[in-house]
Design a protein around this ligand. Sequence first.
Ligand SMILES: Nc1ncnc2c1ncn2[C@@H]1O[C@H](COP(=O)(O)OP(=O)(O)O)[C@@H](O)[C@H]1O
Ligand SMILES: [Mg+2]
Length: 340
Amino acid sequence: MKKENILEVRDLQTTFKLYEGLLKAVNHVDLTVRTGKTLGIIGESGCGKSVTAHSILNTVQAPGKVEGGTVMYRTRDGKEVNLAAEAPNSKFMRSIRGQEISMIFQEPMTSMSPVYTIGQQMVEAYLTHQTKKNRAMKLEATERAMEMLQRVGMQNPKQRMNDYPHQLSGGMCQRAMIAMALMLNPRVLIADEPTTALDVTVQAQITDLMLELQETMNMSIIYITHDMGVISEVADDICVMYLGRVMEQGTAEQIFLNPTHPYTVRLLRSIPKLGRKIPGARLDAIHGNVPVPIDPKNECGFCSRCLEMKPGVCDAGVPSMIEVEPGHYVRCFLRGKEGA
Ligand SMILES: Nc1ncnc2c1ncn2[C@@H]1O[C@H](COP(=O)(O)OP(=O)(O)O)[C@@H](O)[C@H]1O
Ligand SMILES: [Mg+2]
């Protein structure tokens, strides 16, 4: 591993064996997270973002399976471990989840229980990782929970501890989930569409909150979204996914100033611009849907929707990643040295 990186994913492959065929949800994916920085993963729904996140945490459920690749992680005590080689339910993996890498979801109810109060769940999340579960420890957990709720901007944290999730608004629930994810002071936070279900003002507040927490806690973040606007606010590095593959990656600056893959260009055109008043101007939506990658053809996955598609070139194989400028990679036959 490079010393500035906390996580290096290489050649990750995750498949679902279905009756219809082999669904390649994550198809030879490479990702790098620099310590203390935010990697944004962007792509339309169905591109493989969530399955990538679960593959990193080794929480892919059957019929899904991580078939190959490595997930190298640098632990708190400086060891380099391959999480993909660990048994999903091993003691070691359980100690990684929550304490080293924590995940928050679009839908708070995926990680929160409706039948326990916010406080009970936060305390429990803390205690499961402690060897001693005495009263002093419980008190410590309660104090930590209140501190975290305060940090994520909840008013009256003491009272909120006694609330059930359904008693909170969407934004507050999302804050509680972030607080819960931070209970064990993780070093990497994977946020999977954390603001998608919220309205725009609350979305901005949650995004700001995460950036502020990142600074004070020196956290590394993987921020997953289908929204280019959000990515532009948070990411240091960007990885564009399509049909289970990384199509383009580079620093945020490279992706926004010099978007190179036709898919990235189209995603960028779909961001609404303030004050755009050109008559008849419309947001440039990408027509068609992301296909399902069951037994994918040996071609560029985007070619069926690409406006620049060249028959005989783009459907003649899977393009490899080409470096178009230092650290900026693109998977397209029509770009870089392979293209014209
Ligand atoms: N449990 C599952 N069973 C079968 N297919 C799945 C399952 N979960 C995800 N997939 C498929 O894997 C692909 C990637 O899904 P996902 O990672 O959830 O996309 P994203 O998060 O980018 O919207 C999709 O084609 C989806 O249909
Ligand atoms: Mg998803």
